[in-house]
Design a protein. Structure first.
Length: 162
């Protein structure tokens, strides 16, 4: 069984992430969305909130698991019996950072492969940080996150508009 892991901060999940989750879950037998426990990065959403927003967004998907991890990704991969890391690439500027991480992980464990998916062009400019910024300033985020979590995000910034 081909199990892949899609790691990230997901602070919060966006339609861009969901596009990758949807497509990767069709290519692999099982997809694990792994949320990094990253207090150092000072996330706006707690780990529990980030996990719940993902669960709410994906609904009932039999081959998708939502989990969290701390420590090295490659150690988590071994625990989960997975050898495939899934990453989304949006714009050229993502490439250098992702290339570095992929090579580093390859060096740490040569058995683990990083597979990149190009994001849907609709979402190529989308990032969690921009969504947080515009949501906190009261902009409409309808196009960027699923309806089901939109109000939870707006509530976080006290800008729910009904
Ligand atoms: O959504 P992000 O913040 O770009 O995701 C980064 C993530 C979680 C994939 C990366 O920071 C990570 O894998 N962290 C775990 C620690 C680790 O294994 N570091 C070595 C590889 S960079």
């Amino acid at each position: 069984m081909k199990i892949c892991v899609y790691p990230g901060s997901f602070d919060p999940i966006t339609n861009g992430h969901l596009d990758i989750i949807d497509r990767a879950s069709k290519v692999f037998d099982k997809l694990i969305v792994a949320v990094l426990v990253n207090p150092g990065k000072n996330p706006v959403f707690t780990l529990e909130e980030r996990v719940q927003l993902i669960k709410d967004s994906i609904g009932d998907a039999p081959n998708i698991e939502v989990d969290s991890f701390s420590g090295l990704l490659i150690d988590y991969m071994i625990n989960k019996n997975s050898k495939i890391i899934i990453k989304g690439l949006r714009v050229v500027t993502d490439f250098e950072y992702e290339f570095q991480m992929a090579l580093l992980n390859k060096n740490l464990n040569p058995d683990i492969e990083t597979v990149f998916m190009m994001t849907n062009s609709k979402y190529s400019y989308l990032s969690s940080s921009m969504i947080k910024e515009i949501a906190s300033l009261g902009a409409n985020i309808d196009e960027f996150v699923p309806d089901i979590i939109k109000n939870k995000i707006l509530d976080k910034f006290n800008v729910r508009k009904g």
